[in-house]
Design a protein around this ligand. Structure first.
Ligand SMILES: Cc1cc2nc3c(=O)[nH]c(=O)nc-3n(C[C@H](O)[C@H](O)[C@H](O)COP(=O)(O)OP(=O)(O)OC[C@H]3O[C@@H](n4cnc5c(N)ncnc54)[C@H](O)[C@@H]3O)c2cc1C
Length: 396
């Protein structure tokens, strides 16, 4: 039986956009996270911009099982796959608060993965289990006042003293740094060994000598707390070492790959959200006797943005599919991070422009997205560092 040509050729722009990496189970997870985020988080977005979000968000998300979606059930996780983390990162954009999404992502996808992969069983019981339950909050300390992109240039030292290590130094721009119960800390254990002289430690933030200095003021991400931390003769037991001594640089480079991919997924979802919001606005807003979306110039802006978002999404999903399959596609992860962050910044900028004066006003939420998004071209590795990683991967 032949199918009428009209049925075959008619474009279906409303067709489901589900990518092959996702299943019905991911769809159900997406729906439940979406319901939680829009009901319990989004209504507080304005208030939390002023006060930073409360720790109770972690407790509640732990209760709901959202802080350990891909961790094994034996540690209290949900036993899901890596794509569940992408779903969480994407749905968190609906909380209307980049800082909140970032604070949660630092906990779930930056500070705890190294404990899961490199930690001893004792460390997992002590830190990973309560982190998944939302009872302990985690942060990650790489950046220092004098070293960010150049991780090998860090100066924070851990010196062995009998059964203990003594840590001295400083970390800055640390997300969750004021609220965290523990930090995964990158330090030098052998200053003469270059990349092989770096190690990771898990440090309780209530130990003597850990000083939470300034709460840093920033352009965006206001609902998150960002700390300058000092470590002054902090004594930790030998078993606070995470992973292998001297292998911390490689451990943290591995961590950064997952972090960058999750960040890229958040960028795509954030860009899509700004796009959707702006499309509605462009349909409603009238100028010169028509809705502004019907001016060709504006229509083409949407076409450009939609194409960029779709290209970024495909790059992120395909790379995530390889990563979840056990590959270590550093080049493509760097491309995805670079491209998605740029797209997110360009799209939110264009969306602000399309909103006109309203885009500059707080009540429309676009100016906040614009400010929040800007961090993505800096945090977790700048654009320039991503370009360098990509370029070097060709032997240059
Ligand atoms: C809001 C916020 C939250 C953050 N959260 C955390 C956190 O939780 N934990 C943490 O450890 N860090 C965190 N960071 C730090 C972030 O990862 C660093 O800011 C970032 O890696 C850049 O380091 P830097 O700021 O020292 O810049 P620098 O390294 O000083 O770079 C300055 C400029 O020089 C360029 N540059 C440097 N090296 C090269 C090169 N080789 N080639 C070309 N250009 C180069 C950079 O691209 C950049 O444009 C956060 C930062 C911010 C702003």
């Amino acid at each position: 039986m032949s199918t009428p040509a009209a049925d075959v050729l008619k474009p279906d722009f409303a067709a489901s956009r589900r990518h092959f990496i996702f299943t019905d189970e991911h769809d159900r997870l997406r729906e439940s996270i979406h319901a939680f985020v829009t009901k319990e988080l989004a209504p507080h977005a304005e208030e939390w911009e002023e006060t930073t979000f409360p720790d109770s968000v972690f407790h509640r998300m732990g209760e709901l099982g959202l802080l350990g979606l891909s961790y094994p059930e034996e540690y209290g996780g949900q036993g899901g796959d890596y794509f569940c983390n992408l779903v969480l990162a994407e749905e968190m954009t609906h909380c209307n608060s980049g800082g909140l999404a970032m604070g949660v992502a630092v906990h779930t996808d930056m500070a705890t993965p190294p404990i899961h992969l490199f930690g001893s069983d004792e460390q997992k019981q002590r830190y990973l289990v309560p982190a998944i339950a939302g009872q302990k909050i985690a942060c990650l300390g790489i950046t220092e006042p004098d070293a960010g992109s150049d991780v090998s240039g860090i100066r924070t030292r851990a010196v062995r003293d009998g059964d203990e290590w003594v840590i001295d130094g400083a970390k800055t721009y640390i997300t969750n740094g004021h609220r965290a119960d523990f930090i995964v800390l990158v330090v030098k254990t052998d200053p003469d060994a270059g990349h092989d002289g770096i190690s990771l430690f898990i440090v309780d933030m209530d130990l003597p000598g850990v000083v939470r200095e300034q709460r840093l003021q920033k352009l965006g991400m206001h609902s998150s707390d960002t700390a300058l931390l000092a470590f002054q003769g902090v004594r930790v037991p030998a078993d606070a070492l995470l992973g292998q001594e001297g292998k911390g640089f490689y451990h943290i480079m591995w961590e950064l790959q997952g972090e960058r991919l999750i960040g890229a997924a958040g960028c795509v979802a954030g860009a899509q959200r700004a796009f959707d919001k702006t499309l509605r606005y462009a349909m409603e807003r009238q100028a010169f006797g028509r809705s502004i979306g019907h001016f060709q110039v504006i229509r083409h802006k949407f076409a450009e943005m939609a194409t960029q978002i779709e290209a970024a999404r495909q790059l992120v999903y395909t790379t995530a599919w390889r990563f979840a399959g056990g590959e270590y596609p550093v080049r493509e992860i760097s491309m995805a991070k670079l491209y998605a962050a740029r797209v997110a910044c360009e799209v939110t900028d264009e969306c602000l422009q399309i909103h006109g004066g309203a885009g500059y006003m707080k009540e429309f939420g676009i100016e906040r997205a614009w400010r929040d998004m800007r961090l993505n071209r800096i945090g977790a590795g700048t654009d320039e560092i991503m370009l360098d990683v990509i370029g070097r991967s060709y032997g240059l």
